[in-house]
Design a protein around this ligand. Structure first.
Ligand SMILES: [Zn+2]
Length: 130
């Protein structure tokens, strides 16, 4: 008998399985149960205690991640570059058909209505590096 193939203690597998009932029934719960119980194989008794406590304490966060509403709008958010989501746009000068100029983000296309012509023109190209 090697420790690598040792089966998890009954209490460890049972508590892990029970804690994951925080996740609604379905594929997500089944996957998490399989994964987290399989991680118990080969662990010492002390490691099983730590692993099981970790699952119990993180089960609510796992539930929130699985059932969160933000999963629904994830697709839209993912299309926008992360720096733009943090309002760190890369504004460049663009011009309309009639020749007036404005600032538009190179990455997401957001236009900056806050700065009028002349306000920014003087600072462009001046460089900030010493
Ligand atoms: Zn942007």
């Amino acid at each position: 008998m090697t420790s690598a193939g040792r089966r998890p203690a009954w209490w460890s597998a049972s508590v892990t399985r029970a804690a994951l009932h925080a996740i609604p029934p379905g594929g997500a719960r089944d996957r998490w149960q399989q994964e987290l119980i399989s991680e118990l194989y080969g662990l010492s008794a002390g490691q099983q205690v730590r692993h099981t406590l970790g699952v119990v304490t993180r089960a609510p966060a796992l539930r929130a991640a699985v059932t969160g509403r933000d999963r629904i709008i994830e697709e839209n958010i993912m299309r926008k570059p992360i720096r733009c989501r943090l309002h760190l746009h890369k504004f460049l000068v663009a011009s309309t058909e009639d020749g007036s100029r404005f600032l538009r983000c190179r990455r997401c296309g957001k236009e900056d209505p806050g700065l009028g012509a002349g306000h920014w023109a003087g600072s462009l190209g001046g460089g900030g590096s010493a």
